[in-house]
Design a binder for this molecule. Structure first.
Ligand code: HEC
Length: 97
């Protein structure tokens, strides 16, 4: 029992459980898009939801994102739309500028 509690604590503390779409966005997109990184930071609040959807549906991204699975991409797009400029909770600093 004690071991279980400790294991749970470690998992929670390291964030390896419940890593949501926001964390996925920050790790997957933020690997290039970050201050001092390969290119400028991006954030959901940069664009309206419809713009995000079309951007990826029309494959406008200048580099191939094929290392991301279809599922991961869907989760990230959902997150971008949920926190887009025209959403109830726009988010502009998930990746600090
Ligand atoms: C392999 C590195 C890399 C990864 C990973 C990456 N990008 Fe990019 N992205 C770029 C580069 C390079 C550009 C071109 C920047 C420019 O034109 O100055 C770009 C451009 C963009 C643009 C257009 C610029 C703008 O502000 O409108 C958006 C939006 C964007 N990326 C979103 C994302 C999202 C969302 C993800 C995660 C799903 C992602 N990128 C993952 C390298 C990457």
């Amino acid at each position: 029992m004690r071991k279980t509690i400790i294991t749970l604590f470690v998992l929670l503390a390291t964030g390896s459980v419940w890593a949501g779409p926001r964390e996925m966005f920050i790790s997957r997109c933020g690997s290039c898009h970050q201050r001092g990184g390969a290119t400028e930071p991006v954030n959901p609040g940069d664009k309206a939801a419809i713009v995000w959807e079309k951007y990826f549906k029309r494959k406008r991204h200048p580099t191939s994102l094929k290392e991301l699975s279809e599922d991961e991409m869907q989760l990230i797009i959902q997150y971008l739309c949920d926190h887009a400029a025209d959403s109830d909770k726009p988010e502009s600093a998930a990746i600090p500028k």
